[in-house]
Design a protein around this ligand. Sequence first.
Ligand code: PMP
Length: 304
Amino acid sequence: MNRYAFFQGNIIPMQDAKLSITTHAFLYGTACFEGIRAYWNDDDQQMYLFRMKEHYQRILNSCKILKIKPRYTVEELCQITLDVVAKSQDRQDIYIRPIFYKSSEFVGVKLDGLDDDFLLFSVPFGAYLDLAKGLKVRVSSWRHVEDNMIPMRAKINGAYVNAALAKSEAQVDGYDEAIFLDSSGHVSEGSAENIFLVRNGKLITPPVTGDILEGITRNTIIDLAREELGIATVEREIDRTELYVVDEAFFVGTGAQVSPISEIDRRMIGTGHMGPICSEIQKLYFDVVKNKVKKYSHWCTPVR
Ligand code: PMP
């Protein structure tokens, strides 16, 4: 199947979308991106993009922080995305990667006085993390970048070197994922996921001032837990050792979806299996993203 990209203002075959080796974004990581999932619903014979608008609202915020002049509005970005996805004709779950980037071919570290451009491509994409068995996770020895270093509020390409260091350290040491602590030593997030804990029937997650990406899935889970399960989420600082004594823990994110954690720093979480609250939330989440819960249809944009 042919795959297409939006590149330099046109939809072209993905293999023809090539950047110069002196592109500023390649030299210095000066770009910001999104990851959007589109889910194939076999019953409806339809592809649904999940919370596309919110992803583009966030990328425009990232552009502000990174001094990128976005040449498209949220509505235009949504239309470009629908056009590219429709052209690729997938009948499977895919992951869409839009990027605003410093496109000047220029050697020299700065943000101002450079050209900016936008590109987008999609790839077939299954589960990013295991959804059933429970992940074995470690607290990373790498400190998370903080707001005055590289802000995680913006989804900046260069910041993901920090994530790659943590994720690889964890994997090489026999874990599945890493948890970052923030500059104050409190729990921040996973390498590419937000984290939720369950204690005494309540959800707890770090606040948006905890050097986290303000996750769209995080917001989705807070809303679904409150509206559908009657479970409140407390957004507050979390100590490292609190991780060891919780009833349940799970990661959420566009890639991670809802992925249970069974072990942190070689200490079993709960029963060592997916807990009941995570299980309910995961089931609800998969129904919602595939547009099977009409109350949340406004989060799902059909492609055709
Ligand atoms: N934190 C980080 C660092 C991430 O890369 C991601 C993935 N985008 C998330 C959290 C989850 O964010 P979202 O739910 O918006 O995908």
